[in-house]
Design a protein around this ligand. Structure first.
Ligand SMILES: *Cc1c(COP(=O)(O)O)cnc(C)c1O
Length: 355
């Protein structure tokens, strides 16, 4: 069977059209069953005994996350999501706290940076919000910040940042590169030699909500001074078990094949929506991500359109307000984010519903 058919057959049937994977993908039967079985096991033998029994599955999940980020499983930890990972990292940062990030940085990340007392400067970008590597290298050479934070794909725009090119630039400048891979993991190769990479379970990896992971090189981990001792507080072990299964399924499907299919779908989506009256496709048509954003050209309200698409057509999309990227968005956008099982006919249905 094809990747698309396999992916679709591995999940409950979809009600309508799910074009919202950048927010939350559809979980597989296997991931759902593993989390449910763990919760049941907690009821049978006790939550702490069940957690011990789940240790090998969780270790496999961390090893998979390590493989996808170019790190060892031993250098990765589970989190409750991407923001939690960023907070863990920044709250333990040693010494001076300055960072450089994109003007289009994710709004909630800006709040975490500010809450941890980081001073922020912006990296140079082109008109699409894409990092300019040579200019960035010059900035890092003259006045290096304490870390570079690169959100490899934003929440508000499907532009793929030059992550692979930036990693050696940071290495040469001696500045740790921290990668927000919440949208990038699954869509682009994130094993590029960064100092830290974090991501979420529920987005392109299609795991449960409320889980994520953070990978940190031993060199950086040794320097961090965690604000709280590790392992404090309760965790959703069932979600981590489900995420581990989802990571394993992603590796089994073939990360390169998934990335290629998602890139192809992004192009297809933009081609289909290019002519949508009242909307402008923000990304270049061949941008290698499955995120397409539509900016209204005639006063349409993405929040109202999203609600109408669900109510009248059972099509799920995202309305992204300017708070998602306050330094870059000037108007709310409608975000279309299909996963690998989407076919051309689905996108034609969306185009017709939008019109
Ligand atoms: C969703 C998202 C986050 C936050 O992830 P959570 O798991 O909800 O904490 C961070 N960065 C980007 C780019 C995102 O899209």
């Amino acid at each position: 069977m094809s990747l698309a058919a396999d992916w679709r057959a591995a999940r409950p049937p979809v009600a309508g059209l799910h074009l919202d994977s950048a927010a939350c993908s559809r979980q597989s039967f296997a991931a759902l069953a593993a989390a449910a079985a763990h919760a049941r096991h907690e009821a049978e033998v006790g939550g702490y005994v069940a957690a011990e029994a789940a240790a090998p599955a969780l270790e496999a999940g961390l090893a998979a996350f390590g493989a996808l980020t170019g790190m060892a499983g031993a250098d990765t930890v589970f989190t409750t999501g991407s923001l939690n990972a960023l907070d863990l990292l920044l709250s333990g940062w040693p010494g001076r706290r300055t960072l450089a990030c994109l003007p289009g940085e994710y709004g909630p990340n800006l709040a975490v940076m500010a809450a941890n007392g980081f001073q922020r400067r912006e990296l140079p970008v082109d008109g699409a919000g894409r990092l300019l590597i040579d200019e960035a290298a010059a900035v890092l050479a003259t006045d290096p910040p304490d870390l570079v934070h690169l959100t490899a794909i934003g929440s508000h725009r499907g532009v793929v940042q030059p992550l692979r090119e930036m990693a050696p630039v940071c290495r040469v400048a001696g500045v740790p590169l921290v990668v927000d891979a919440a949208q990038a993991l699954g869509q682009v190769d994130c094993a590029v030699g960064a100092a830290a990479v974090y991501s979420s379970s529920r987005k392109w990896l299609a795991g449960p909500r409320g889980a994520g992971a953070l990978a940190v090189t031993p060199e950086l981990a040794d320097r961090l001074r965690p604000r709280l001792p590790p392992g404090l507080g309760d965790v959703d072990v069932a979600a981590r078990v489900g995420f581990s299964v989802a990571l394993g399924e992603h590796l089994a499907a073939g990360p390169a094949a998934v990335r290629a299919r998602l890139a192809e779908l992004g192009t297809l989506t933009r081609q289909v929506l290019e002519a949508a009256p009242g909307w402008r496709v923000v990304e270049p048509v061949d941008e290698p991500s499955a995120i397409t954003t539509l900016a209204p050209t005639n006063g349409a309200d993405p929040v109202a359109v999203r609600a109408r698409l669900i109510a009248e057509h059972r099509i799920v999309t995202t309305a992204a307000g300017i708070e998602r990227a306050p330094g870059e968005l000037t108007t709310p956008v409608l975000r279309i984010s299909p996963h690998v099982d989407t076919v051309a006919e689905d996108l034609a249905v969306l185009a017709a519903a939008l019109a």
